[in-house]
Ligand binder design. Structure first.
Ligand code: NAD
Ligand code: DAU
Length: 354
């Protein structure tokens, strides 16, 4: 049995679906169901023995304590977070409340439970913190990729709140001996990603005949990893990661944003051609993101050498699968694009036209 926070979000839902698909016996999902949380993503698991969904906040110490006593998970996998950089620029408060204070409250509840466990259970217990490469800041074109010892230099309120949560997890291991492991992963993409992030936003805008808003000059670089490979890395670190360690996770797939968008357009030209013209004709350069990090790149040698993890998908194979999933999943797409989604699109893009 595992307790998964944020299991109705993009990566959390993929993780829980994979967990059961790979023979996992049980999982309790604790999710607040913010705009980014979607129970529909977990629909294949409804009614399945061993699957429990609880709507609630990671900052609710009493609730987390009750769930730990009731289900006795051997591990807590902490995905829950506010995760979108642009939203953190428009409203950082919720990022501090969930990512920093929420992680603190969660750690406190877990520490209280873990300290009281019998020795054998205490020894087997794990707290796995899912974090990001954005805590390391931004790279220049020729800088070496982020490794585990790269100094933290977060640039957005989102990245700063995640950096703070990483430091808390580190301190709980160092001070209290809580058996923690942390992963710092690069940009994920794949099924069930909320369409505020680059790849699903571009796919859906393209299909709707809307502009494809590329920030700045489109030359910012991200290191893309298919979400299934990230979930595999998390299972690997959970099973064999060394306590108190951090592991950088990435697919060595550095791509410029404009190239990502053009690849999506080319796939759509093939899989769902427009009546006339090509999707790339919808590309529109818009005002840049304030403080926009130029380049991220992950050096994954530690997880590869120590734990034998390797990604399965290349960006080419993973992007094709992703575009096909969005083409096939019209019901899921319809459900997430509610009034709150339309309000966000208006807030983020109205003032950007150039
Ligand atoms: P997401 O925004 O899709 O999902 C976050 C989930 O957390 C949602 O289901 C939401 O309802 C839930 N949540 C938010 N606040 C909560 C609270 N206070 N209590 C309980 N649940 C709450 O995010 P994601 O992209 O799936 O990211 C998951 C984790 O992975 C995050 O910690 C993020 O920082 C990290 N990460 C993401 C990426 C990426 O590219 N998406 C890459 C590296 C690391
Ligand atoms: O690196 C890991 C991080 O990747 C995670 O920690 C975050 O949770 C996740 O959201 C992601 O952050 P990014 O800011 O890199 O992802 P996003 O999809 O928002 O943007 C990717 C790039 O595309 C970034 O350089 C900004 C650009 N972009 C984004 C949007 C939404 C555009 O050019 N246009 C857009 O409309």
């Amino acid at each position: 049995m595992i307790l998964v926070t944020g299991g109705a979000g993009f990566i959390g839902a993929n993780f829980v679906l994979d967990w059961f698909a790979q023979g996992g016996a049980g999982a309790v999902v604790l999710d607040k169901l913010t705009y980014a949380g979607n129970r529909h993503s977990l629909r294949p698991l409804e009614g399945r023995p061993g699957f429990h969904f609880v709507q609630g906040d990671i900052a609710d110490h009493a609730l987390v304590g009750r769930l730990l006593v009731e289900h006795r998970p051997h591990a807590v996998l902490h995905f829950a977070a506010e995760s979108h950089v642009d939203r953190s620029i428009h409203g950082p408060g919720e990022f501090i409340r969930t990512n920093l204070v929420g992680t603190f409250e969660l750690l406190e509840a877990v520490r209280a439970h873990w300290s009281a466990l019998p020795a054998a259970e205490r020894g087997a217990f794990r707290f796995l913190h899912v974090s990001t490469d954005e805590v390391f800041g931004s790279l220049g074109e020729h800088d070496p990729a982020f490794h585990e010892a790269t100094p933290y230099a977060p640039n957005s309120p989102y990245a700063a709140s995640k950096a703070g949560s990483d430091h808390l997890v580190r301190a709980y291991h160092h001070t209290y001996g809580l058996p923690t492991v942390t992963t710092n992963c690069s940009n994920n993409y794949g099924p069930y990603q909320f369409p505020e992030k680059l790849i699903p936003l571009m796919i859906l805008n393209a299909l709707d005949g809307k502009p494809l808003p590329v920030y700045g000059d489109g030359q910012n670089v991200r290191d893309w990893l298919y979400v299934g490979d990230h979930c595999d890395a998390i299972r690997t670190v959970l099973a064999r990661g060394r306590l108190g360690e951090t592991y950088n996770v990435g697919g060595k797939n550095e791509v410029r944003n404009l190239d990502v968008v053009q690849s999506i357009c080319a796939l759509l030209d093939e899989l769902r051609p427009r009546a006339a013209g090509r999707y790339a004709g919808q590309i529109a350069f818009v005002a840049d993101r304030p403080g926009h990090d130029r380049r991220y790149a992950i050096d994954p040698r530690k997880i590869e050498a120590e734990l034998g993890w390797r990604p399965r998908e290349t960006f080419t194979t993973g992007l094709r699968r992703t575009v096909q999933w969005y083409l096939d999943s019209t019901e899921w797409v319809q459900r997430v694009r509610d009034g709150r989604y339309r309000e966000w699109i208006e807030t983020n893009y109205a003032g950007r036209a150039q």
